[in-house]
Design a protein around this ligand. Structure first.
Ligand code: PEP
Ligand code: CO
Length: 385
């Protein structure tokens, strides 16, 4: 069956230039015949937990890689990441007494929206950008950068492998619902709600680049019964918030909608208050998370993409201040982090002058906090909460 988004009027932003649509449709047919990756009962359990977060009884720690690699579905990698999230959550609980809800950017965070279709690599060649392992490879070759629909089957397989490693833990999975052909092919009936749900992860979020009010991504989020997130950046208007909340939290059911604020340390104090106000009667039914990563990306003098930890802390502080002023509870943090001792984010603004490459830079996309940096951020955040 042809993909529905190609045949309806709604535009789906950021879809890859697939090498063959025929192959894409075959792949989607194959995915439709496969079992769900997650059960609807677990999606509803997360929704209930998020309702507790909105009520101020629990706190979310959502985190993981910017772009997961397929190789990361190995059990020991998944276990290390889940253990890292749990240890951060335990610190939140010890400090606040609140129960922690752990949500991994895990077992499916295999696709990336990109600001440019083409990148110029070190030797001057122009290549299609890397869009995540579900689409192509980071390796800088023309062949590796083709958007190959067969990789969607591998995305399913690796997500299944990662999920089986997660099963003994209470960690939920989430990813950006970007590739709508993939997501659509994994929609399954949700009998309890007489509706349908996305079976690719417990929570799906819509990214800052694909949350157009007249676009296919928001319509997809509206259609499924899972808890859903929407990233909101500094260009978000109060009118956007009014529409997003009406469409995604229209029944006022707490826990259904999570808004993930990613304003940047400089913009948060200025932009967030009007958006909190625009949420009106929905404001205390929504989970408000702070993603202090994506509004604070910058370059070192040597041109590497990085983030400054003190700026990340400054955004969290601004987020808490804005929520407190609006009488709304902070729901938690959305972080890009890794249990590995990488050096992708820098500690202080002075570190940006460095002209030598950061020694251990392994991210396939955005720079992640290492455990020490994540710990520092959490300590600061908890002292401000
Ligand atoms: C991301 O979470 O990796 C991402 C691309 O975020 P945003 O949509 O907020 O830019
Ligand atoms: Co990212």
């Amino acid at each position: 069956m042809p993909n529905v988004y190609a045949s309806v009027a709604l535009r789906a932003a950021q879809q890859p230039p697939w090498t063959s649509l025929e192959e894409l449709y075959d792949v989607c047919d194959n995915l439709r015949s496969r079992p769900p990756l997650v059960d609807s009962t677990d999606c509803h359990a997360l929704r209930a937990d998020l309702a507790d977060v909105a009520a101020g009884e629990a706190f979310v720690v959502q985190g993981g890689d910017c772009a997961e690699r397929f190789a990361d579905s190995a059990a020991h990698r998944v276990e290390a990441k889940a253990a890292h999230l749990t240890s951060l959550g335990d610190r939140v609980t010890a400090s606040t007494g609140l129960r922690t809800v752990h949500i991994g950017r895990l077992a499916g965070q295999y696709s990336k929206p990109r600001s440019s279709e083409i990148e110029t690599v070190a030797d001057g060649r122009r290549l299609a950008v890397y869009r995540g392992d579900a689409v192509n490879e980071p390796e800088q070759t023309v062949f590796g950068r083709r958007s190959d629909p067969r990789r969607l089957l591998l995305a399913y397989d690796h997500a299944a492998t990662a999920l089986s490693a997660l099963r003994p833990r209470s960690t939920y999975t989430s990813h950006e619902a970007l590739l709508l052909d993939f997501e659509e092919a994994l929609v399954r009936p949700d009998d309890a709600y007489a509706s349908e749900y996305a079976s690719s992860a417990h929570l799906l979020w819509i990214g800052e680049r694909t949350r157009q009010l007249d676009g296919a991504h928001l319509a997809f989020a509206e259609r499924i019964s899972n808890p859903v997130g929407v990233k909101i950046g500094p260009k978000t208007t109060p009118a956007d918030i009014a529409t997003i909340t009406r469409r995604l939290a229209g029944d006022h059911a707490p826990g259904r909608l999570t808004l993930i604020s990613r304003m940047g340390a400089d913009a948060v104090a200025d932009r967030l208050p009007a958006l909190l106000e625009a949420a009106g009667s929905y404001a205390d039914r929504i989970v408000w998370l702070c993603d202090p990563m994506h509004g604070n990306t910058c370059l070192t003098a040597s041109g590497e993409k990085t983030r400054v930890v003190t700026e990340i802390v400054r955004e969290v502080a601004g987020f808490f201040v804005a929520l407190r002023a609006a009488g709304v509870r902070p729901g938690g943090l959305h972080l890009e982090l890794t249990p590995d001792a990488v050096t992708e984010c820098v500690d202080r603004p002075e570190d940006l002058v460095r002209t030598r490459p950061l020694p251990r830079y392994e991210s396939a996309c955005d720079p992640r906090l290492n455990p020490e940096q994540a710990d520092f951020l959490l300590t600061q955040a908890l002292s401000l909460l």
